[in-house]
Design a protein around this ligand. Structure first.
Ligand code: NDP
Length: 507
């Protein structure tokens, strides 16, 4: 498709943060290596980091500054030799080894932060990134507070915490209360990396920077919305965490509810953190409550079993490494949700996510209502396909719109035209920043807009509480259904769509 894209310099706002230290707890871990170090390096390469930024890693693993710098270099450059400029940047990394619950670690960290404040003029500002298992969030924040590293006198201190924010409503409330003893909401940055994705942010631009969609964006014109996050991978090496969590906690309660909110929210008064997050919280509050009586009509949970195709073998979930052979954990979930407000009343929002589905694919499909009447006799209104707007988050980020068109010729012939646009067709997609890059930048800037506020976390847990409890009890109304690995999911999920009269989009 021929698409042109005009970059308008005058409508581009690029903020560069000022001085500060980024302190990574869990600096020896997987997230640090795979995501955080490359994101920081990329910010540096784009010229988006002040020369007054330093990075301090903290973990128990014994490492010297030099050994840590070597790790950093390997994560960001592999075997490639750094340029002189890159080598100078890597010199700004340093390391503190110690136990997370021992005061001596924080004395050493304070000394190191004083050193980098002098050496790199960080101004005493600090962004603490807790890339740690969640049980360590509270102890670390408590120790940081004890070492007076969270005080904001002439400088700022912010704490980024990683998901999961609790395991259920009660633990989320307890975690928040525990953290609030030491930090304010304004210092708390709860990361949901989905919100840092360019394609997710573009939902807002699509809705609120174009006049053609918003008039149609309601129950009068939209029949249903389908949000899919499909993964081809199984549980891989994460069984320890995943078997205790499951698909609803891992994907739906956080990422998918945020995406649903962006699709369905009212226009915020402005794109600032409070206005925007007020609307998200309001939207989550409007989702119709789940009750024991309606769970079987609105939810399906599934678990993958052995693949049935010879060319794509896969073992069943219960035989994966570190998964108990009687596990009842869902690797798939499908839901039918309603939003009880003036805009969306009675429009179903279908959500589904799962592991070991046919391919990795995330998209939002908005199906418009059928035409009310056909003037093209003998065709009836029901003979025409409904328009579908698809927002693809991955792969092949972009959007598509299906339209009914006349085929050329003297005959009356209707056909469906699929207009497909990929960001890569027109924009330099290879240059799209990773979600972590955007979120670390916003953390340094003090912009909380794309971080999740505590009320949204709690409202979402509250919404799913009855379902999680029914699953934990193994209620017979909410049975675990099984699906072969690499299939489209359990057949029971078909029933969610108007008793099977609609079909899920093929993954
Ligand atoms: P890791 O399991 O790699 O842990 C990070 C570091 O924490 C380890 O290097 C280790 O460092 C320390 N650590 C681990 N377990 C313990 C323990 N029981 N007690 C004390 N220290 C421990 O975690 P990840 O890097 O994978 O993830 C960090 C956070 O980010 C988690 O909250 C996770 O949910 C979240 N996350 C991770 C993603 C990923 O892709 N990895 C994706 C999205 C979120 P040392 O032994 O040196 O102290």
């Amino acid at each position: 498709m021929n698409v042109s894209y005009n970059f308008r310099e005058e409508l581009c706002i690029d903020h560069t943060p000022g001085a500060g230290a980024i302190v990574i707890f869990g600096a020896s871990g997987d997230l640090t290596k795979r995501k955080l170090l490359p994101a920081i390096f990329s910010l540096f390469k784009r010229g988006l980091l002040s020369p007054k930024v330093a990075v301090v890693g903290v973990a128990r693993t014994a490492m010297t500054h030099e050994e840590f710098r070597q790790e950093v270099q390997t994560s960001i450059l592999g075997t490639q030799e750094p340029t002189a400029e890159e080598a100078a940047f890597i010199e700004r990394f340093s390391y503190v080894a110690g136990q997370y619950t021992e005061a001596s670690t924080y004395v050493a960290l304070r000394d190191e932060l004083e050193r980098v404040a002098e050496a790199h003029c960080t101004g005493g500002n600090a962004l603490f990134y807790l890339a740690m298992p969640p049980e360590l969030f509270e102890p670390i924040v408590r120790e940081l507070h004890g070492a007076q590293l969270l005080e904001e006198v002439g400088s700022w201190s912010r704490v980024i915490i990683e998901k999961p924010f609790g395991h259920d409503l009660e633990s989320a409330i307890a975690l928040d209360a525990a953290l609030k003893q030491y930090i304010t909401e304004e210092q708390t940055y709860r990361i949901d990396h989905y919100l840092g994705k360019e394609t997710v942010q573009n939902i807002l631009m699509l809705r609120f920077a174009n006049a053609i969609f918003e008039p149609l964006w309601n129950r009068k014109y939209i029949e249903r919305v389908e949000i899919t996050v499909a993964e081809e991978l199984g549980v891989e090496k994460r069984a320890g965490y995943y078997d205790g969590a499951g698909a609803l906690r891992d994907m739906v309660q956080n990422h998918m509810i945020q995406v649903l909110s962006l699709i369905a929210m009212e226009p915020p008064a402005s794109f600032n953190a409070d206005d925007y997050r007020d609307e998200i919280a309001k939207l989550i509050s409007s989702i119709r409550g789940l009750h024991r009586q309606n769970l079987s009509d609105i939810s399906v949970r599934g678990q993958y079993v052995e693949s049935t195709t010879e060319d794509r073998p896969a073992v069943e979930y219960r035989k994966e490494e570190n998964v108990p052979p009687t596990s009842m954990t869902e690797t798939y979930v499908a839901l039918k949700l309603f939003i009880d407000n003036w805009r969306w009343r009675d429009v179903p929002f279908y959500l589904r996510t799962g592991k070991r589905l046919p391919k990795k694919s995330s998209e939002i499909a908005i199906t418009f209502k059928p035409i009310p009447h056909s003037i093209f006799k003998p065709f009836h209104a029901k003979d025409f396909n409904q328009n579908v707007l698809v927002l693809r988050m991955q792969p092949n980020e972009g959007m598509g719109l299906s339209l009914e068109v006349k085929s050329p010729g003297s005959k009356l012939s209707v056909n469906t035209l699929e207009m497909n646009f990929s960001y890569s067709d027109s924009m330099a997609l290879s240059d799209i920043p990773d979600a972590y890059e955007r979120l670390i930048l916003d953390g340094l800037l003090g912009d909380q807009t794309l971080f999740v506020r505590n009320d949204a976390v709690e409202k979402s847990w509250r919404l799913f509480k009855p379902l999680l409890e029914a699953w934990a009890r193994n209620d017979e109304e909410t049975p675990l259904c099984f699906y072969p690995a690499f299939s489209e999911g359990p057949t029971e999920a078909e029933e969610l769509l108007e008793g099977g009269s609609w079909r899920w989009r093929e993954i």
